[in-house]
Structures are given as structure tokens and as C-alpha cells.
Design a protein around this ligand. Sequence first.
Ligand code: COA
Length: 382
Amino acid sequence: MSETTYEYSPGLAGVPCAKSSVCYLDGSIGKLQYRGYPIEALAESCTYEEVAHLLLIGELPKAAELAAFDALLRKARAVPATVLGTLKSLPATTHPMTALSIGVSSLAAHIHGDHQKSAAFRRDAAIQLVAKLPTIVAAWERVRSGKEPISPNSALAHAANFLYMLDGKEPDALVAHTMDVALVLHAEHQMNASTFAARVTGSTLADPSTTMASAIGALSGPLHGGANEEVLKMIATIPASSPDTIRAWAEDRLAKKAKISGFGHREYKVKDPRASILQNLSMQVFAKFGATPDYGMATELEKQMATLTGAKGVYPNVDFYSGILYSKLGIATDLFTPIFAIARISGWLAHWLEQLEDNRIFRPNQIWTGSADRNVTQLAAR
Ligand code: COA
């Protein structure tokens, strides 16, 4: 049997799988840009709605363009009663990422049109999906606690409305701003596992909701979106807050070859710039609402890890501080990854739109490691 030899890169590390103008990332120096705009400037000056426009349409909107885009988002927030009915049929123990995946898959029955030929439909579908994700996440949070979902409030901006749909209260301005910045920071991140999943599923010309459900599935794992959930659980296992205890705990974990959640990244070999922005935001939240012991433990762990793993380029990633911040905002731990999805849907959709502009179905290859040309022995003779 003849076999072409390919260079094998486990995890496809460093293998380009698309040409893209959505997101630029140079992890060696911590440079992250959405469509050429630095993440620091976007987090400082733009709302999530502006960033979603940037990612989906390609440019930051002018005031009138933003007003029109925002109006479409607000109008599209409600989800069909049958989708809410599907959520209500799930066991209360269902993980919110599973509920989100089911909710988004069921949107496929409602968001349909000619996504293969109509750019206008693709754009409409993208707006529908960005608008509806927070509604599904908030509805499941209510339903699993035995409460009725809260309808979207069209007077509130995207992030503030999500918080409102969780408990029916208009959020404090700093809390709403914090959530908005967190959504901006998580909106896009180049060719990660969930974006690749969106591209692969999209390349088969699957419908937009199914394509997004595929990305949500990829995001749900602890090596990707689930890491911020793990950070809080991990910090809770550190026996005391003294520097010596934290260092001994980290050394023990590293000696056992266990990963430290919220650290390390396939691309970044310096501190993730989003982690620094979230850390600053956390300081503002703690100054207003009081500090949390988790934060002190986290900063000490970061300090200790710099000497333990800094030489390998293992520094805090975006998930390290996001969980601590969300928990201070009173958000349930298992909602952290769904919030990541609420943000990242814009990035996934931007890649889906780009993929369909010049599509070729993904069909990679493999390095064969099995046997070949074997004879089948009849069952009775095996
Ligand atoms: N804790 C301890 N050591 C880590 C580490 C971590 N979180 N992340 C990487 N390392 C170590 C690796 O074990 C490896 O060590 P070795 O050379 O002695 O074998 C070295 O650093 C290089 O790792 P690298 O190849 O760059 O990691 P990767 O690309 O295979 O994995 C992650 C990247 C994100 C999967 C990995 O860092 C990880 O599991 N992190 C924890 C989960 C997490 O926070 N995920 C969210 C990412 S945004």
C-alpha cells in the first residue's frame, strides 16, 4: 500500500487552515487585534454592539449604522416559545452549555433561508444568533431554578439586558460596563478549537444555527472555554493563602504533571493581554463592592508561577481572572462558559461568513498507523 508522507503536527499546531482578515494574533508579544484594531483600544472605547458590527460587517460603525444595527439586535432578542419549551423539558441538572447547545440547535427550525446563496440572509441570521444567545442562557438559568424566563428589555444594551434577564433587575452601571468589556474581550480569538469547529461545520454548508451549535460543543471542554470554571474550583483546593503554601501547592501540581487552570496558551508565550484588562476591571469592581479572597490567592499564584513556569512561556490566560470577576458579580460558576459563548458568537459568525465567501469543504488527511489488507475469518472460526 503506497502512503504519501505528510508532516504531522499534533493538534494542527502552527498549520494554517484558512486565510482570514478577522483577527490578528501574535502571542509572542501579546498582540491581539480585531480587524486591525488593538484589543486594548476596543475594550477602552467600544461597546460589544460596536465590536459585533466590526466583526460581522467588517468596519466599526458610524453612529447611524450603529443605531440601525443595534435596533436589529434588540428586535431579534426574543426566542420562539418552542425553544423555551425545549429548555423547559430538560432535567434541571443539565449543564448550561448543554442547554445552550440544545437551544441553539433548535433555532435551526426557526432561522432558515438560503444561507448558501444569499449574503443578506447570512447577515440576518448572524444578527439573530448574536441577539438570541443571551436570551437562551438567561432563560435556562431561570428555568433550572424553577422560575419563568424573563423577556428581553429593549431599553437596555446587549450586556445589561443579559444581566437583567437573569434576575429581572436593571444592573448597576459598573456591573453592566464590566460585563460589556468582558464580552468585547471574548468576542474573537483567531483560529482556536471552537472557531475551527465553526469553520469545519460551516464548510459543509450546514445551516448557521447548526454551525454555531458545533462551535458551542467545542467550546464546552475544560481545555478551552471551560477553563475559567476550573480556575475557581482549583483555587478552592489551595489549603491556605500564604505565599509558601501557594508555591508548595503549585510545585506539587507541576511535579505531578497536572495543568494549572487559567495558565498557558497554545499561542501566548507572555501574559494574555485580555487577562491584564480583566484584572484592571476586577480592581474597579472590588473597589466598589469589596475584594474577594480568591483574587488575593490568584495574584499570589500568578507571582509564584512566573518563577515556576515563566521560562516555558506559561502565564495567565484570559480565563484566569474572568471567573473570579464573574463570581464577584454573583454569576453562577457554570454560566462562565455560556457567557464566553455569548461573546464569541460574533467571532464564530465572522469566520463562518468569511468561510462561505470562498468555501472549500475541510477534508484533512491522517498518518496511517493501523494494519492493512487483513483477511476476514468467519465468525465461527475466530
Ligand atoms: N500548567 C502547567 N504547565 C503547563 C500549562 C499549565 N496550565 N500549560 C502548559 N504547560 C506546560 C506544558 O506541560 C509543557 O511542558 P513541557 O514542555 O515540560 O512538556 C509546556 O508548558 C508547553 O505547553 P504547550 O505545548 O505550550 O501547551 P499546549 O499548547 O499543548 O496547551 C493549553 C495549551 C491551553 C491546552 C494548556 O496550556 C492548558 O491545558 N492550560 C490549562 C487550561 C486552560 O487554562 N485553558 C484555557 C486556554 S485560553
